[in-house]
Write a protein that binds this ligand. Structure first.
Ligand code: NAI
Ligand code: MG
Length: 327
């Protein structure tokens, strides 16, 4: 008998309330043995309960085998960062690939951003030292840098993929110097090859030559920005899934936010969240179900129906129905 995995579902705000139920429907249509429970977080919860992330949600996230998350609105930083911490995540994996049938700026794009998920400028250590003068402390540790490097090189080795490392150690000499040196040490231990690029130059090169990138290991902020850039290359944020990987649990969420401009209209593209669901299945060891979901999503992206962000006129539900029908 296969053990059932507990998945905590947190819809959050805006289109999170539309794309997450779509993903649950698709996961339920696979034969993976999952048990779903719901918890809440986000702007609406903050208004009702005075905090966007109730302690109970945080604890249940830590206990679950996996968390499926939509998006939060203005409270995103107070929800997403602590939730990633609650599931013990140190790596944020964001694949960006173009799909047949979807208009992409660069159809040859097929890369994965492996982003450090715990520190850098997202340390949360900010202050106003005097009126009109604010500071932020960028934290970079050798241990977290080694951890993301080890994860990234292993991820690349499993896929026979090349590695490029983004940094800006020419300016942030100490912090990105630590990052760059830790990556170099891990690569030497593994006898792994890789290239480095300054992260600003990488932004230009990724647009001009996305085909030359496979696995890209980045510090926290750089990975956030470069993955949205990669989304632009393949047809938009509606397509990019992500996995927050930890040593034990994990949280799976679309790269996009709550999209208040289209929330409530039932036209959000569910693909990013469905593909995040596939990453959740992979994480729990249900590789066949994961591949089935990916293949169903690919097929619907290719044949339609499509949501308006991809030039179609279909609803979130119609796209989800089509994916479920293919399972
Ligand atoms: P966003 O990702 O919500 O939206 C950017 C643009 O992409 C909008 O035009 C939106 O309509 C479009 N878009 C995003 N996802 C889409 C989908 N699935 N289908 C079709 N179109 C889609 O980013 P934005 O506008 O910068 O932020 C909106 C809110 O989301 C803010 O309150 C922000 O704090 C929050 N946010 C939350 C995140 C999270 O919870 N992980 C991540 C990013 C933003
Ligand atoms: Mg982002």
């Amino acid at each position: 008998m296969t053990a059932t995995d507990d998945v905590l579902v947190i819809q959050g705000d805006g289109i999170g309330k539309e794309v997450v139920p779509a993903a649950v429907r698709v996961l339920e249509a696979t034969d993976a043995p999952l048990r779903f429970a719901a918890a809440s977080a986000g702007d609406a919860v903050a208004e009702e309960r005075g905090t966007p992330l109730p302690q109970e949600t945080r604890e249940r996230a830590a206990d679950a085998d996996a968390v499926l998350f939509g998006a939060a609105g203005e409270t995103a930083a107070d929800v997403v960062l602590p939730l990633r911490e609650a599931v013990g995540s140190y790596a944020n994996v964001r694949p960006a690939r173009a799909y047949p049938g979807v208009d992409a700026v660069k159809p040859e794009t097929d890369l994965v951003i492996v982003r450090e998920n715990t520190e850098g400028v997202y340390s949360g250590i900010e202050s106003e030292i005097t009126d009109g003068v604010t500071t932020l402390t960028r934290v970079v540790t050798e241990s977290a840098s080694r951890q993301i490097a080890e994860f990234g090189f292993e991820y690349a080795a499993e896929r026979d993929a090349s590695v490029t490392v983004a940094h800006k150690a020419n300016v942030m000499r100490q912090t990105d110097g630590t990052f760059r040196d830790a990556v170099a040490a891990v690569a030497a231990e593994r006898d792994a090859e890789y290239e480095t690029m300054l992260m600003d130059a990488m932004a230009t090169d990724m647009i001009q030559h996305p085909e030359s990138y496979d696995v890209v290991i980045t510090p926290n902020l750089a990975g956030d920005v470069l993955s949205d850039l990669a989304a632009g290359l393949v047809g938009g944020l509606g397509l990019l899934p992500s996995a927050n990987v930890g040593s034990d649990g994990g949280m799976f969420e679309p790269v996009h936010g709550s999209a208040p401009d289209i929330a409530g209209e039932g036209i959000a593209n569910p693909s990013a969240t469905l593909l995040s669901g596939a990453m959740l299945l992979d994480h729990l060891g249900h590789e066949t179900a994961a591949e089935n979901v990916r293949s169903a999503v690919r097929s619907v992206l290719s044949d339609g129906p499509r949501t308006p962000d991809l030039g179609g006129d279909a609803s979130t539900d119609a796209v989800t129905d089509a994916v479920v029908a293919r399972l």
